[in-house]
Design a protein around this ligand. Structure first.
Ligand SMILES: [Ca+2]
Ligand SMILES: [Ca+2]
Ligand SMILES: [Ca+2]
Length: 424
């Protein structure tokens, strides 16, 4: 498998990695047991994938010629075959590690104009998600589970510990045993589909960063999350280098749905279209789990050049572009008048990273968890609101920032206006 490194995962490398894949995903027709048939053995090793929404297998160790690809696709028991794409994080590290951060640097929550600009050009006051006003309405709710599908989570981080989803049966259970019987062994804080084990500890930092944007504790140390109260579920499918595969992404989404996540935050992308991944996102939507997705960092127009998973035609997907501290589109951010639903802060975002530390990162990766957190506030405040209603509330209450007008369906996310149902 080709690896994609985080630091080079920005704009200009996007196209060159778009064709990387590792084996194939095969969907069989309903009721088929073709996986065991001799006629298929010539293509490679099939391994059954126990997805809830169909009969799938992974075909590994193969690099099919066009002819073989066609032959397999036309097999009477095969519905379709597609590459298992390589997927990557949508961010880059912006500065060296900071050990004594504080809320005053978090311009995405409260932009003072002074905490959001560069050395020579100040930011613009008020260009944020309006978090401090939103917190007068709600600071979240521990019943809301937000799954961060990413490189894992530093569940030992002092600023995340009190807002973790914890599987108590596993915490108090026996190592090597699936104590709660949910089909996953030792999944105390989530699961690691990159290494197929119950320990989603973040060896990269990206997943922990996204987690902190959503739900770092309001505890007078470190940083604050959009939600003061939430349960963060860490689902790892991207390795410590920041790359993963379609099959891992699908398994991660399934885990989130099976274990009660209300929202999945998806700060990753890459690869071409995958029908299986789309079906997984559709199944999540049908189960009532929201899917928030990064628009991508290739400076491109998603309307004409779709990026995935953001562009799948599934109702309820919320695609997020990144804004800078002046309220403008971040230079790297993808955009789309028809396809990027909202914008949120995504440059120089300070948050938690692995080993109990803090760091600034930039990317649509960072804008995405802002929106996951804002939607988490809405679910906390209005129990039982549907995905469609929540998406409509989020979009209808955005601030119609003129500089973003050509880049998104709506505008900049405003948590307070959304909670108060102030519409455009
Ligand atoms: Ca378990
Ligand atoms: Ca156990
Ligand atoms: Ca804190």
């Amino acid at each position: 498998m080709k690896k994609v490194l985080l630091s080079c995962a920005l704009a200009f490398s996007f196209n060159s990695i778009a064709t990387d894949f590792n084996g194939y995903i095969v969907k069989f027709k309903n009721g088929s047991n073709a996986i065991n048939q001799k006629s298929l053995k010539t293509f490679g090793d099939f391994k059954a994938l126990n997805f809830s929404f169909g009969n799938f297998a992974a075909l590994s160790g193969a690099n099919l010629s066009n002819k073989n690809m066609k032959t397999l696709a036309n097999h009477p028991e095969v519905e379709y075959v597609e590459p298992n794409w390589v997927i990557k994080v949508e961010a880059k590290v912006e500065t060296a590690t900071i050990t004594d951060p504080n809320f005053s640097q978090q311009w995405g929550l409260q932009n003072t104009g002074k905490n959001s600009g560069g050395w020579f050009s100040p930011g613009k006051k008020g260009e944020d998600v309006n978090a401090t006003r939103a917190w007068t309405v709600t600071k979240g709710n521990k019943d809301i589970i937000v799954a961060v599908i990413d490189t894992g989570i530093d569940y030992r981080h002092p600023d995340l510990k009190e807002n973790l989803w914890v599987n108590e049966a596993e915490l108090n259970g026996t190592a090597g045993i699936d104590d709660d019987g949910n089909g996953y062994v030792d999944d105390t804080y989530g699961y690691d589909f990159a290494n197929s084990d119950g320990d989603p500890l973040d060896g990269h930092g990206h997943g922990t960063h996204c987690s902190g944007v959503i739900g770092a504790a309001h505890n007078y140390k470190g940083v604050r999350g959009v939600m003061a109260n939430v349960k963060l579920m860490g689902i790892k499918f991207l390795t410590d280098s920041g790359s993963g595969e379609t099959i891992g992404a699908i398994k991660a989404i399934e885990y989130a749905v099976k274990n009660g996540a209300h929202i999945t935050s998806n700060s990753w992308g890459g690869g071409e279209k995958s029908e299986a991944l789309k079906e997984a996102i559709q199944a999540a939507y049908d189960a009532g789990t929201m899917f928030v997705a990064a628009a991508g960092n290739s400076r491109g127009n998603n309307d004409t050049k779709p990026t995935y998973p953001a562009a799948y035609k599934v109702d309820g997907i919320i695609t997020v572009g990144a804004m800078d501290g002046k309220g403008n589109k971040a230079s790297f951010s993808n955009y789309g008048k028809k396809s990027v639903h909202v914008f949120a802060p995504g440059t120089n975002i300070l948050s938690t990273v692995k080993n109990g530390k803090y760091q600034k990162m930039s990317g649509t990766s960072m804008a995405t968890p802002f929106v996951s957190g804002v939607l988490g506030l809405l679910l906390s405040h209005e129990e039982g609101i549907s995905i469609d209603e929540a998406k409509e509330r989020l979009m209808d209450s955005t601030v119609l920032n003129r500089s973003l007008g050509n880049y998104t369906v709506t505008g900049r996310v405003d948590a307070y206006r959304m909670l108060k149902d102030q519409r455009n």
